[in-house]
Unconditional design. Structure first.
Length: 534
């Protein structure tokens, strides 16, 4: 038994030093965190418990064995309580239990501590041995310790199941350590002592503390559980300070002692500065992580709002289309004379109402297209399409609008003819029509010319106007949704700023390109659409 006892002594010293140092450093890393405080107190109590167990097994203290045995079981009561509180709080910085429940837990634990320190836990020691005789009070400690231990494991398992990422890794490492330590203590120390009065494995208890210390250290080193940079920096400064302090007393002369003392002071000063610097860096990183987490949550909420907005626009657009279409039909019939001949005095306002209704229909269609694009519901329906015929029909449709502003709308047909493209003709037509219509609205004098050309792997449609032109800043924002240039405000043109955005989306759905160029304000604009040849 002597070799085991000697080995236990070595492990005891190492465990106490490591445990105490870890407790101090962890507490110093965040003095306001309940998790840090609970861990530090638990580490110190484990060290104290190991010391009492060691003394109780030491033959030099055989006359006071009963006192030290009672002391060890007394210290074990708050240790199991702290395990429970740590499991429930980890990794929060505040208590998660209600204050009343925490008060009740402390009250019950205090009663058990008093009973354990009294003769009711251990009534005495067997003659000629150091084996304690358990009393009736030990049962209450057993129930409380088992309850706290099992509940702590249950809480950790539940947290582990719900957690993700870094928190999950932290909880897994700490839980493994607690399970190993509690399992070994209960199976090789508590049950053998209580049931069989066998204390053979008691001297090996420091090894069990290593199970908890080792896994917790792993969590700290690998997963930054308690700000590993601060911990290692403080540990390094403390160890260096102890070494330099010891050198003062072993220096051969007074002058050398003064020299070593000066080195110690300088080292401590710069060590404090280093710790502050590292602490500030860690705090900034934590703030950045918190802001990142908040930003992610805000982004999720914005996506939900954006989806709700698209859904609302879609529903509203569908509801508006029916009455607007009906209004268009009745106005068209009235203008055609179906309900009788209209006087010029009546025809003019009805014609204006018809034009306004047309603008509303276009706006509703744009909004509906926007909601479908953003929700991903817009699909291509490709058919064989003659691009020349499509552009010619668009020019014929818009010539009246151009003529109203005394503008010349020209389509220069290509030679030779362009190949047939397999595209969604409605969407390509919408894109080209939007560009030409935009040029008419932003041009007061001159002309709009449409050209086509066949490139190596694409067909390019170019719309050139002699209108207001654009700055580089306006071109950069031109194809954004709800974006209108300065010329729009200057000319009081109507529109929601959706036409060019939708045109770009339709072209990109065909893996094509759309862009604009302009020499500057008042010098016209050039729009290009390229559609790949399949």
């Amino acid at each position: 038994m002597q070799p085991i006892f000697s080995l236990a002594t070595l492990f005891l010293v190492i465990a106490i030093v490591a445990n105490t140092l870890l407790a101090i450093v962890v507490y110093r890393s965040n003095t306001k965190s309940v998790t840090n405080i609970l861990f530090s107190v638990l580490s110190l109590i484990i060290s104290l418990w190991l010391i009492t167990l060691y003394i109780a097994q030491n033959p030099a203290f055989i006359l006071t064995d009963l006192f030290w045995i009672r002391a060890s079981i007394t210290i074990a009561a708050p240790m199991s309580m702290l395990f429970f509180l740590l499991a429930h709080t980890l990794p929060s910085t505040n208590f998660l239990l209600p204050k009343r429940l925490i008060t009740f837990i402390f009250f019950v634990t205090t009663i058990v501590i008093i009973i354990n320190a009294s003769p009711y836990a251990f009534t005495g020691i067997e003659e000629n041995t150091s084996k304690p005789i358990p009393g009736p009070g030990i049962a209450l400690f057993g129930v409380l310790s088992t309850f706290f231990s099992v509940t702590a494991v249950y809480i950790l398992l539940r947290k582990l199941k719900k957690s993700k990422g870094l928190v999950r890794q932290q909880l897994r490492a700490v839980m493994i350590g607690i399970l190993l330590m509690l399992g070994l203590i209960i199976s090789t120390i508590f049950l053998p002592v209580v049931l069989f009065q066998n204390d053979f494995f008691v001297p090996l208890s420091p090894l069990y503390a290593f199970a908890f210390l080792g896994t917790t250290a792993y969590a700290i080193i690998q997963h930054r559980l308690f700000n590993v940079k601060i911990i290692f920096t403080q540990t390094f400064v403390i160890i260096l300070g102890i070494i330099l302090f010891a050198k003062i007393f072993i220096a051969p002369s007074l002058l050398m002692r003064l020299y070593e003392a000066l080195i110690l002071m300088v080292t401590v000063y710069f060590g404090i500065l280093l710790i502050r610097s590292v602490r500030k860096e860690v705090e900034q990183k934590e703030e950045l992580q918190t802001l990142t987490y908040k930003l992610e949550r805000a982004n999720v909420e914005l996506k939900k709002l954006d989806a709700a907005k698209s859904e609302f626009i879609s529903i509203a657009s569908h509801q508006l289309r029916t009455p607007l279409t009906a209004t268009k039909g009745y106005l068209s019939l009235a203008l055609e004379g179906t309900y009788g001949k209209l006087s010029e005095k009546v025809r003019e306002p009805i014609a204006k109402v018809y034009e306004s209704n047309e603008r509303l229909i276009r706006l509703v269609n744009d909004l509906l297209s926007l909601s479908r694009i953003e929700s991903g519901k817009m699909k291509l329906e490709p058919v064989d399409t003659n691009i020349e015929e499509m552009i010619a029909s668009i020019v014929d449709e818009l010539k009246v609008k151009a003529a109203q502003k005394n503008l010349e709308l020209i389509f220069q047909e290509p030679k030779p003819a362009l190949p047939i493209l397999r595209v969604d003709s409605e969407k390509v037509r919408n894109a080209v029509l939007n560009i030409i219509d935009n040029s008419i609205r932003y041009t007061n004098i001159g002309s709009i010319t449409v050209r086509t050309a066949q490139l190596e792997n694409a067909i390019r449609i170019t719309i050139t106007d002699t209108g207001e032109g654009m700055t580089k800043e306006e071109i950069a924002k031109l194809f954004q949704s709800f974006s209108r240039g300065q010329a729009g405000a200057k000319l009081s043109t109507e529109g929601a700023g959706l036409g060019l955005y939708i045109a770009k989306q339709f072209v990109q759905m065909h893996n094509g390109r759309i862009w604009a160029e302009s020499p500057g304000e008042g010098r016209g604009s050039v729009f290009h659409i390229e559609l790949p040849v399949r």
